[in-house]
Design a protein around this ligand. Sequence first.
Ligand code: ATP
Ligand code: MG
Ligand code: FE
Length: 342
Amino acid sequence: MLVLGIESSCDETGLALYDTQRGLLAHALYSQVKMHEEYGGVVPELASRDHIRRAIPLLEQVFKDSGVQHDAVDAIAYTQGPGLAGALLVGASVACGLGLALDKPVLGIHHLEGHLLSPLLASEPPEFPFIALLVSGGHTQLMRVDGVGQYTMLGETLDDAAGEAFDKSAKLLGLGYPGGPAISRMAEFGDPTAYKLPRPMLHSKNLDFSFSGLKTAVLTVVKNQTTNICEQDKANIARAFVDAIVEVLTAKCVTALKHTGLKRLVIAGGVGANQQLRASLNAAAAKKHFKVFYPELEFCTDNGAMIAFAGAMRLQLNPDAAKRDYAFNVKPRWPLDSIREI
Ligand code: ATP
Ligand code: MG
Ligand code: FE
């Protein structure tokens, strides 16, 4: 079964072709990050317009790269939500227009399910059940995953997402947008003993997170500087921030594994690309005897491959999940644990 995947929930346009026999045949991505950089964040209207510009050329590129004909596609999967309404509408209309033209069924995919299943695209995929830590720009959730569509929420952030905390703290340090990768690189040169930042909810009895206080703590440290912050100071603050967030994320993952008795941990979402987080989780895995799985680096942040793959997984379980119903609607807000049905 060959599935075309279309992702357009935020500021990346992603297209991909996934075949259940042959795997990922092609994928193409355009990131709008340069365009949004000067505004310090994603401008929704600019994002929608740019998806319109990019979608068709990327679509043609994946067909060209894979060598398959348009008509060979069995179904078209697109990100239906959550995300920016205007941006989602572009992907949905391309998917449904193409479905109508080619007489192929379409299905809407939950963006977070895409992230959650993305480690299954790696060369050594985890088996179900597993604990998933979803750490992206908009979400921080711990979930128990028993299969495709079987997601039980164990805990989530009460305020900022981990990626958001990275981005906002990076902005306070003048490191540009999105700041996750920049603050992480800067932290490598920081002195871990220079500053100590709080570990929010580290000792709470549940699996929830809170990161807005950590960002405020960074703000306080920055404001307390009497002179201009030098590069070394920035690195020291970055280091303190990364150490704090990594310690909390690692500890909660370990607790989730302990509570459920599971031995497999899957990391998904953009912050999963973070090397300090990976090092800390790998060390915990060796010490506590569990296994940790990551998506390929290029599939940590938004992409079309994870949407094509999630579509294919759903269709394998229920071939009727895709429909020749082209009257699309998008779901800018859409809780993941509401999609139990396949
Ligand atoms: P969501 O999926 O919740 O709607 P999103 O799609 O914007 O949000 P992703 O694309 O999964 O999120 O991830 C983007 C986030 O990942 C940004 O906040 C970015 O700063 C962060 N990020 C990317 N690489 C790294 C890194 N190496 N270290 C830390 N954070 C990173
Ligand atoms: Mg993005
Ligand atoms: Fe995402």
